[in-house]
Design a protein around this ligand. Structure first.
Ligand code: ZN
Ligand code: ZN
Length: 307
């Protein structure tokens, strides 16, 4: 038990020092400054070439989402997730040890070139996340947490990281075993994280760039806005892609009936949803009760994909 307690305590102190070190030492390998840099970059794009020109530069909930960004990227790790996950991993390994299993690796990719390992990690992780995202919409219990992300009514880059900390736990837990089964030789997932964060910021930004055929591969603001549509043709929504849109095209969940620039966002009664950070954090635990429809069903789509 002492071992777990030590892991718990050192997780807080280690991460505290790590974050402080990041803040004090700007460099190209620094998450803290990359997050700030990417955010300024996409904000600048929104200012210079906005898709919805009437939308304020500092849109509704801009500061709330700015806070979410730092909370979910840094502070949540600092105040708990790091400790929970370190203990979880240790306990899981101890549990496997009871059965004589020393490691989970089923596919050795260590001998591959680094770029191929990074690409594999990116694609496999994105596919797992696509599935987890679908689950967040399918399960009434998980939808209560995911609604925080869907409570965005005016879209902009910072909405990317508006989500409940419960989602981090669901994603990380469900990702863990499949990713642990692939024996990556790379220790540093930095590039994959930064790349995924950039696409996430891009998907939510108030910016239009014609991607041509690349839109069938990469998620983008014109596709992701339909994921946030208040009215969807199917109960559980569409366009679940995180970084890649290709999964939605492959599995028939892509939905872009028309230009979604000015569509209404959110869900039924989104106007009554809590507006403050603390209220939004508590709401999923209070909501309970009977299952509800996640989306307002609407008429059939005119066509499934706009050319
Ligand atoms: Zn969603
Ligand atoms: Zn989103």
């Amino acid at each position: 038990m002492e071992k777990y307690w030590n892991i718990f305590v050192s997780s807080f102190t280690d991460y505290g020092w790590y974050l402080w070190h990041e803040v004090l030492n700007p460099s190209w390998g620094n998450y803290f400054y990359w997050l700030i840099g990417l955010s300024l970059f996409f904000w600048l794009l929104e200012i210079v070439k906005p898709w919805r020109q009437h939308q304020a530069r500092i849109r509704q909930d801009f500061w709330l989402d700015g806070f979410y960004m730092f909370f979910n990227y840094f502070l949540f790790s600092l105040v708990g997730f790091n400790a929970i996950s370190n203990i979880g991993v240790e306990a899981f390994n101890d549990f496997l040890g009871l059965f004589g299993v020393k490691n989970l690796v089923a596919f050795e990719v260590q001998s591959w070139p680094v770029w191929a390992q990074l690409l594999t990690l990116f694609v496999v992780r994105d596919f797992i996340q696509w599935n987890v995202h679908r689950l967040l919409h399918r399960s009434d219990f998980l939808w209560r947490f995911h609604k925080v992300h869907h409570s965005v009514q005016q879209m902009g880059f910072a909405a990317h990281l508006r989500f409940h900390w419960g989602e981090t736990i669901v994603y990380r837990t469900l990702e863990y075993i499949p990713l642990a089964m692939i024996g990556f030789g790379i220790q540093d997932f930095f590039l994959v994280h930064i790349f995924a964060t950039s696409i996430g910021h891009f998907n939510h930004s108030n910016f239009h760039v014609p991607l041509g055929p690349l839109r069938y591969l990469f998620n983008n603001p014109q596709m992701h806005i339909w994921h946030h549509a208040k009215r969807m043709p199917r109960r559980y929504g569409a366009n679940y892609g995180i970084s890649l849109s290709v999964w939605d095209y492959l599995f028939g969940t892509a939905y872009m009936p028309e230009d979604g620039r000015d569509i209404e966002l959110g869900f039924e009664d989104v106007e009554k949803y809590p507006k403050s950070f603390m209220e939004q954090q508590l709401h999923p635990f209070r909501e309970g009760g009977k299952a509800e429809l996640p989306k307002v069903p609407a008429a059939e789509p005119k066509k499934l994909e706009s050319a």
